[in-house]
Design a binder for this molecule. Sequence first.
Ligand SMILES: C=C1C[C@]23C[C@@]1(O)CC[C@H]2[C@@]12CC[C@H](O)[C@@](C)(C(=O)O1)[C@H]2[C@@H]3C(=O)O
Ligand code: AKG
Ligand code: FE2
Length: 330
Amino acid sequence: MAIEPPFFEKYKAILQSSANEKEKPSTVEGFEELELPLIDLSHLNLGPLERQECIEKMGQAAIEWGFFQIVNHAVPDELLNRLKQEQIKVFQQPFDKKSENNFLNLSVQSYRWGNPLATSLRNLSWSEALHISLKDISKMDEYNKLRSTIEEYAEKANFLAQRLAEYLAQNLGIKANYFQENCSPSSSSLRMNRYPPCPYPSMMFGIIPHTDTDFLTIVSQDQVGGLQLKRNGRWVSVKPNPKALVVNIGDFYQALSNGVYKSITHRVIANQETERYSAAYFYCPTYETVIESCSKPSLYKKFSFKEYREQIQKDVKATGDKVGLSRFLL
Ligand SMILES: C=C1C[C@]23C[C@@]1(O)CC[C@H]2[C@@]12CC[C@H](O)[C@@](C)(C(=O)O1)[C@H]2[C@@H]3C(=O)O
Ligand SMILES: O=C(O)CCC(=O)C(=O)O
Ligand SMILES: [Fe+2]
């Protein structure tokens, strides 16, 4: 039984009708490969000066790049490798099994692939994902050691994400317990991505350009590469670093910081030869949390996570794509 989602069957009509389209995603040009600003978290424990410098460097990266990479983050390599091995095993299940409504006893739509609603080349993704809301984790089936490994990882990622969010808040004068009050380990989610080799890498993406719906995301990626971000109007590739986790600012931190920290559009390009894996931990507030800018005059209307998510779902249904924060501009 096939493990791959029916990409070809679902995308065939779009690929055929767009053969002569001028505006192709053209994802295979030579892109500049950049190293993200590197934040060494061990500097937080060196002394007050080094600590302050490290926090300021993180803030500067969130302002200028919306992305940075962290080393000495205290998440053991052994745990990251184990998570990847479990991730490989679960995606090796037949597609029919993965797409069952109660797969692993998770909620419907935890398993997702590509974009079955796509209407044009612009929103075709050649990837599959297991997007697990951590409030569902206790009822998830143990598949090999997947659930227990996710539980172990989510605890570390939650601790790390809260610390990063708090350091970033210091530069803006946001109160120290803001994240403790509005986020809980079960309000975040973990998205495990698999990017199978794609026969049409110049025609579509691994994952289409988007911003993340959260305060910040912690990404563990393998060495294949393919993550790109929009920097000064140009797409640039992120150089994989085996020692580092990638951190990016999400829409909620952009709104909370009143546009000071940037939720940057990013994407993953498709690769013809090599399969790629990544795991993104989305640090999110509870659904009821109302996000309001920390300074005035505010660029954005207040909105709850619930309202924001409902708006995304509406937009994805109508256009195949997320519109995002611009919907909430004042
Ligand atoms: C088709 C899509 C699903 C997605 C919104 C998008 O248009 C493109 C990116 C996807 C993503 C990735 C980050 C978050 O997981 C997410 C919730 C988001 O805001 O953008 C998802 C969206 C989703 O799964 O609904
Ligand atoms: O695969 C990656 O490197 C990034 C994935 C991503 O952007 C996401 O899951 O939101
Ligand atoms: Fe993302």
